[in-house]
Design a protein around this ligand. Structure first.
Ligand SMILES: Cc1cc2nc3c(=O)[nH]c(=O)nc-3n(C[C@H](O)[C@H](O)[C@H](O)COP(=O)(O)OP(=O)(O)OC[C@H]3O[C@@H](n4cnc5c(N)ncnc54)[C@H](O)[C@@H]3O)c2cc1C
Length: 486
């Protein structure tokens, strides 16, 4: 297809345009770039230099090689749903958008795997294989929009990751364009258990700082024979939290075990998918079990008994698939639902040992009182992955800063409880200083050393994931970097 005529004399833009085929394959005008100044972390915005839309690995490799040779900062972008600012062009980067690489390349039911391009949307994979009785397990709530390339970069999780594991547990092979433009295949036959270092594990969750993923082999699973879903309402958050621990200690591994508190319930009931949760309730649990049909009823009975012993106010089992789907829509659209009760919200993401749920939720409550900002909690309770949503109004002077401080305090509470500062949304630019809550200087240096093996010029997604250097040695290293890459 013909290329569009470009209205610029910028030699870099003109050259990049020649490396990609098809119409509108590069954006460079300010009005077009505005849509790329942030991702789901809307607090920090910067314009990119340009956005290029390659169609295949070869084009990605050529773009990267050109950027590398000309010392132009660049980064990869999927759907831009990331919540920690990973795809924000801090350094006026060339954004390499993978949205045109969106093909399902192969499905191998016999070996239970599929090969996709990075721009393939997560939910499309399940939808494409559902008629054969298969699905792709990692199910971030953004799965209708986010790409599998972005999921790999963030090691995305989801409601059903309690039983089935996060993205890294489902990746069997990757093709990656390295920051110098070379193409590397990791486990090309989809046999993940190769000797040597676990490069699949290293690349998965590296937040787009080690290379650009251009092909992904994933594990696909057979649909469970049966599933059942329970909704349980509690008058006290502590009772809901205790029920979570009690369900797991009873020996049940639910497929999903989700919790929402009172502020979150107010939001989801005011938004597009209300299900009639009581307004005065302190916490709701959404619990799902799946597996072979034979044992499901016993597991459900056990869950009902545990809830009753944990002072549940009301507990019910979904009557049919339609009711189950309504409950899940209500939960999965929970973040966006906060827009119904607040002009702005900051999504946080910390992990804690499950047993610390009551204590940490109490601390988050205190942070809310001290900051004067409401905090809703919608989270994967079963694996201790908290999502405090700090509600604020960016039009009120000082509110944004207050929200950032409150979010950071929530992460400190998680770290102090023996947990971590991210469960699934990554560090990006948002939490890079908070990395110091969980790593000392030596531990951070060990990681930046690894990054520098792959990305020695730090042209790829610079300024993400790691805190500003604090030690002399690190500072000197940083000073050696080209000006535009800082
Ligand atoms: C409403 C909502 C709900 C969400 N729920 C969840 C949830 O339940 N679980 C969860 O884990 N996350 C969740 N997220 C966060 C987000 O959807 C995930 O982090 C997702 O994996 C990002 O995918 P993306 O395609 O949008 O990537 P982007 O936002 O475009 O990019 C994210 C990062 O990945 C890098 N990247 C993108 N593509 C590539 C590639 N091909 N190669 C190398 N690096 C790349 C980017 O440089 C950036 O650093 C949610 C977000 C929203 C808005």
């Amino acid at each position: 297809m013909a290329r569009n005529k470009l209205d610029t004399n910028d030699p870099h833009i003109l050259h990049l345009a020649k490396l990609v085929s098809g119409p509108n394959a590069i954006l460079y005008k300010q009005e077009d770039l505005l849509a790329y100044d942030c991702d789901g972390f809307t607090i920090e915005r910067h314009l990119p230099r340009a956005v290029v839309f390659p169609n295949n690995t070869e084009e990605v490799a050529k773009i990267v090689k050109f950027c590398s040779e000309n010392k132009l900062p660049f980064l990869a972008r999927g759907a831009g749903t990331g919540l920690s600012g990973g795809a924000v062009p801090l350094n006026n980067e060339i954004i390499i958008s993978l949205v045109r690489m969106k093909r399902l390349l192969e499905v191998d039911f016999e070996n239970r795997r599929a090969v996709v391009e990075p721009g393939y949307v997560n939910l499309k994979l399940t939808n494409s294989i559902a008629d054969k009785g298969y699905y792709y397990a990692p199910d971030p709530s953004s799965q209708y929009a986010c790409t599998i390339g972005g999921n790999v970069a963030e090691n995305a999780g989801g409601a059903h990751c309690l039983k089935y594991g996060v993205t890294t547990n489902h990746i069997l092979g990757l093709e990656v364009v390295l920051p110098n433009g070379d193409v590397m295949e990791i486990s090309p036959n989809g046999i993940a258990d190769f000797p040597g270092y676990d490069l699949l594990g290293l690349l998965t969750g590296s937040e787009g700082t080690l290379g650009i993923v251009t092909k992904i082999t994933v594990r696909i699973l057979k649909n469970p024979e049966a599933k059942q879903t329970v909704l349980a309402y509690f008058d006290r958050v502590q009772d809901g939290s205790q029920a979570v621990s009690n369900i797991i200690s009873a020996g049940i591994v639910p497929a999903a075990l989700e919790m929402m508190d009172k502020v979150a319930i107010e939001g989801v009931e005011a938004a597009a998918f209300p299900v009639g949760h009581p307004k005065d309730i302190a916490a709701v649990l959404l619990i799902e079990v799946d597996g072979i049909a034979a044992g499901i009823d016993e597991q459900i009975q056990l869950i009902l008994d545990v809830c009753k012993k944990s002072h549940v106010r009301e507990v019910k089992v979904a009557e049919d698939e339609a009711e189950r789907a309504r409950w899940w829509a209500n939960r999965k659209t929970g973040f966006g639902a906060m827009g119904a009760i607040s002009p702005d919200y900051l999504v946080q993401d910390g992990v804690i040992p499950r047993s610390k749920l009551p204590e940490v939720l109490e601390r988050i409550h205190k942070i809310s009182e001290e900051s004067g900002l409401r905090i809703a909690n919608i989270f994967h309770a079963g694996d201790g992955n908290l999502h405090p949503l700090v509600l604020f109004d960016s039009r009120v002077p000082g509110d944004t800063e207050k929200a950032i401080r409150a979010g950071s305090a929530c992460l400190k509470a998680c770290a102090d409880a023996g947990g971590s500062i991210t469960g699934e949304h990554g560090v990006g630019i948002e939490k890079k200083e908070e990395m110091r809550f969980v790593f000392n200087d030596d531990e951070i240096k060990a990681q930046t050393d690894i990054r520098d093996v792959f990305n020695p010029d730090r042209l790829l997604n610079a300024g993400k994931l790691f805190p500003t250097p604090s030690r002399c040695a690190e500072m000197k290293q940083e000073l050696k970097r080209p000006e535009h890459a800082k």
